[in-house]
Design a protein around this ligand. Structure first.
Ligand SMILES: Cc1ncc(COP(=O)(O)O)c(C=O)c1O
Length: 393
């Protein structure tokens, strides 16, 4: 039979480590382990009752089944504008500065193809969410990795980017609060980023998927709050984490009108937009938020407290993440991220992701996602504690 190998570009996408972790999970199951999966960051709760009711009634309506407007309905885009005003005090033009997406991943994967050409450079964070590199490979761009280290506050150092790289760079991806690092950025960082981007004419692509999942009263800002940011930045939001709609694909891009337009032009050749009932569900979720419905943050904050405290009791002290559903944990000397992740899974059944799945700077860390119940997280911490003692870590 004719073999169809992956193209060179496709084979450079994604990280083989996720497949490896899946095979370790199968091994653990075969060993009779009851696996507690702290691997993939998929929310384990449903959207609100009202969101589901709206979805239900729209699905029953006869007029929900035509091709939707590919850039998003006027009412969805208008609701995004109202939410931006409410949440960030930023004014957006629903016609030129807002685009509905089938999840933020849709936009993040396609934007590089829409605005850059083979040979151009894209600045991306290392560690970073894997779709950034996939989108850059798809577009045939050259990645330049910006190392994010603990000592650097997990922020890129713009001064260390060589001038010839900055000159050839067309876009720079930033992500705060960040996956996998759960790091956050403050206003002065965004000001520096906007200044750097304006100097070198680089489009900032800010992935704000976790903007609503922050703790202890901290409210992440939008990069568009910085004066002049719309000249140089586009921001991506997801309803997956903020409103537990991960499988009900919807997100949006806002900001720089040229970038929004370019993405819209590309996507008009690829898809027909978000299913109308899903857009209506999205409108409901954003509206409920503006009406003051408590956010998902309290839920994850409680889990974070419980898990970090349970691990501390077991003798593993970790810093409290200020945002996201992830714990980015440094591992003890003498292990690689993969070794410890595999051994821990096979011995205890607790699945985590080796940090190097997100880039080479992730070596020395594992990522644990708070996507299980309180009971499961407590049990996972107890098992990890036993693992640490039995292996004399
Ligand atoms: C940092 C980050 N950006 C984007 C996404 C994609 O989210 P969406 O479901 O909106 O495509 C994820 C999903 O895990 C993520 O962690």
């Amino acid at each position: 039979m004719m073999r169809i190998p992956l193209s060179q570009r496709a084979s450079r996408m994604g990280s083989a480590i996720f497949a490896e972790v899946a095979s370790w999970k199968a091994e653990a199951h075969a060993l009779g382990k009851n696996v507690i999966d702290l691997g993939i960051g998929s929310p384990d709760l449903p959207p609100s009752q009202r969101v589901r009711e709206v979805l239900d009634s729209c699905i029953r309506a006869d007029d929900s089944y035509a091709y939707p407007l590919s850039r998003g309905s006027a009412s969805f885009r208008q609701t995004v504008c109202s939410w931006y005003q409410y949440r960030f005090n930023v004014e957006l033009d629903a016609e030129r500065e807002v685009l509905a997406l089938m999840g933020s991943q849709d936009g993040l994967a396609h934007l590089p193809t829409a605005i850059a050409d083979p040979g151009d450079i894209a600045l991306i964070p290392d560690p970073g969410y894997p779709v950034y590199l996939a989108g850059i490979e798809m577009a045939g761009l050259t990645p330049y990795f910006m190392p994010l280290t603990e000592s650097g506050g997990y922020l890129p150092d713009f001064t260390s980017i060589p001038q010839d790289v900055a000159r050839r760079a067309k876009l720079m991806i930033l992500n705060y609060p960040s996956n996998p690092l759960s790091a956050i950025a403050d206003r002065s960082f965004y000001e520096d980023a906007v200044r750097f981007a304006a100097r070198w004419e680089i489009l900032i692509v800010h992935d704000a998927a976790y903007s609503e999942m922050a703790f202890d009263g901290f409210r992440p800002m939008s990069i568009l709050e910085i004066p002049g940011a719309k000249e140089v930045a586009v921001e991506f939001h997801s309803l997956s984490k903020s409103f537990h709609m991960a499988g009900c694909r919807i997100g949006f891009a806002v900001g720089n009108a040229d970038a929004v337009h370019a993405l819209q032009v590309l996507k008009a050749n690829i898809d027909y937009g978000v299913f109308q009932p899903v857009q209506e569900a999205g409108i409901t979720a954003l509206t409920e938020d503006m009406e003051g419905k408590p956010s998902v943050a309290a839920h994850y904050q409680h889990r974070r407290d419980l898990f970090i405290q349970a691990l501390a009791k077991e003798g593993w002290e970790l810093p409290m993440p200020k945002a996201t559903m992830f714990v980015w944990a440094p591992i003890p000397q003498g292990w690689t991220s993969r070794q410890i992740s595999r051994e821990m899974l096979l011995q205890t059944g607790v699945a985590v992701i080796p940090g190097d799945a997100f880039g080479k700077e992730g070596e020395g860390y594992v990522r644990m996602a708070l996507v299980q119940s309180n009971e499961q997280l407590t049990e996972a911490a107890a098992r990890i504690g036993r693992f640490v003692r039995e292996n004399r870590i």
